[in-house]
Design a protein around this ligand. Structure first.
Ligand SMILES: NC(=O)c1ccc[n+]([C@@H]2O[C@H](COP(=O)([O-])OP(=O)(O)OC[C@H]3O[C@@H](n4cnc5c(N)ncnc54)[C@H](O)[C@@H]3O)[C@@H](O)[C@H]2O)c1
Length: 436
């Protein structure tokens, strides 16, 4: 099959490269000229484990190419995927659909053959209807079926997730759309990944419902962690104890500094807006959004308390280890580190930061943070070290070196990657999340 992928970001590039790896002929399109130039030079515009090799081998095999020219890229394509961004709209929190709408119009104007137009971007219910209308309004004479195919991959594990998904959701309204999608995903179907065919509106809602549910699970265990701290229980034991129940499951039950990233914050907010528009409130999600928002800054206060409280903290130095919203990505969108650094800076605390992959993206978002080129450079002279993201590189810090370089042996572990006993034995004052 010939596939065009409009938008070559975290989702478009990974999906395009994986489809090419299945044997399809894929053109990845982006309006960002520097991104396409880098890709043509074999340089990845994002950090995602395994991506560079996957792209290189499929380019070499002649199955994957890149262009900024949409008309050229979609020529002869059986399916045109839309994988552009849908960020929160400034001011009201609705999903900003301007990029999706622009692509729909451009596709309508340029299409030179029958095709299935597939929305892979996360979009509110009813967007497929808009895409269909925008294409029709261009006077496009070809047969077009608009399909919703939400993406569930996780950054940092994106290729594995794409190639071995728990399920593939296809929201199609006609056989043309269903058949082309079945053919595109056939290699996975043969691999026993289930394909769920539903209506377009159901598919659109499935994506938001899934993200809101996962955000709820995280927020639930975070609140349990706070309660554990008050009552003297251990949140890791509580997580294990409830996660062993098959009805609950062990995943997304790790207490931490609050969820961030390119999806949960904007998607929970967009779901609230859809619910409001349809006069069908989702109170649980409202509570999740509020609780998570206040948690990130509260983590800043936790670090300030570890320094001895606001009076003492002013003028002290904190090393933040890990700035991205999770490990194995360079994505800084809505990372808790941003709010934590801001809370520290507001309290007059000097902040030094280090991240294995996210420094380039972090620097403009955290102007108050002095970026360092190693964890130990950040730790030098620090009155407290805070682990914000659980990169593997921080799991086995040289504790003797940390104690030697730091001004005070205080470690705030916002990801619970160390054992309290080990750290205390090494002479640290140790603070974690929801554990005695
Ligand atoms: N990042 C994730 O982990 C993830 C997971 C599942 C779903 N999603 C959803 O996928 C969508 C894309 O997310 P992303 O993280 O890949 O975004 P991104 O910002 O990394 O990539 C979007 C790309 O689209 C390009 N673009 C915008 N308008 C264009 C146009 N008119 N023509 C060509 N290219 C255009 C941009 O230049 C950019 O490179 C979003 O709706 C997101 O919610 C993301």
């Amino acid at each position: 099959m010939k596939i065009a992928m409009v938008g070559s970001g975290y989702v478009g590039l990974v999906s395009g490269a994986c489809f090419a790896d299945f044997g399809h002929e894929v053109v990845c399109i982006d309006k960002d000229t520097s991104k396409i130039d880098r890709l043509r030079d074999g340089v990845m515009p994002i950090y995602e484990p395994g991506l560079e090799a996957l792209v290189a081998s499929n380019v070499k095999a002649g199955r994957l190419s890149f262009t900024t020219d949409l008309a050229e890229g979609i020529a002869g394509a059986h399916a045109v995927f839309i994988a552009v961004g849908t960020p929160s709209r400034r001011g009201d929190g609705h999903a900003d659909l301007s990029f999706v709408h622009a692509v729909a119009r451009e596709v309508g104007e340029s299409l030179a053959n029958d095709a299935v137009v597939v929305t892979k971007s996360t979009v509110p219910v009813g967007t497929g209807d808009d895409v269909e209308r925008f294409i029709a309004e261009t006077g496009c004479k070809h047969r077009v079926s608009v399909v919703s195919n939400p993406e569930f991959l996780r950054e940092g594990a994106a290729i594995g997730d794409f190639k071995r998904p728990d399920r593939i959701v296809i929201g199609a309204e006609d056989d043309f759309g269903r058949e082309v999608m079945r053919e595109i995903y056939r290699p996975l179907f043969l691999n026993e990944s289930p394909i769920l065919f539903v209506s377009r509106r159901s598919a659109e809602l499935i994506k938001y419902a899934a993200n809101a549910f996962l955000a709820t699970k995280i927020t639930f265990i975070n609140e349990m962690a706070d309660l554990c701290e008050k009552v003297g229980a251990n949140v890791q034991d509580v997580s294990r104890g409830i996660g062993m129940d098959n009805r609950i499951g062990p995943k997304f039950l790790h207490a931490g500094p609050g969820y961030g990233g390119s999806c949960f914050p904007k998607d929970t907010l967009a779901l609230l807006k859809t619910a409001e528009d349809y006069d069908s409130p989702v109170r649980i999600v409202e509570a999740v959004v509020k609780t998570n928002d206040s948690r990130k800054r509260a983590m800043g206060r936790k670090v300030i308390d570890a320094l001895g409280g606001p009076e003492v903290a002013r003028g002290k130095k904190v090393a933040l280890l890990g700035l991205t919203f999770k490990p194995n990505t360079d994505d800084m969108r809505d990372s808790p580190a941003i709010a934590i650094a801001q809370a520290l800076a507001d309290a007059g605390v000097e902040v030094a930061g280090y991240d294995p992959e996210g420094m380039e993206q972090a620097a403009p978002l955290m102007p108050e943070v002095a970026m360092c080129d190693s964890p130990y450079a950040a730790i030098e002279g620090a009155d407290a070290v805070a682990i914000v993201t659980e990169w593997d590189a921080f799991r086995a810090l040289d504790l003797a070196r940390v104690r030697e370089l730091a001004n005070a042996p205080v470690l705030v572990d916002l990801r619970n990657i160390y054992q309290a006993g080990d750290l205390r034995e090494a002479g640290f004052t140790y603070h974690s999340i929801g554990r005695p």
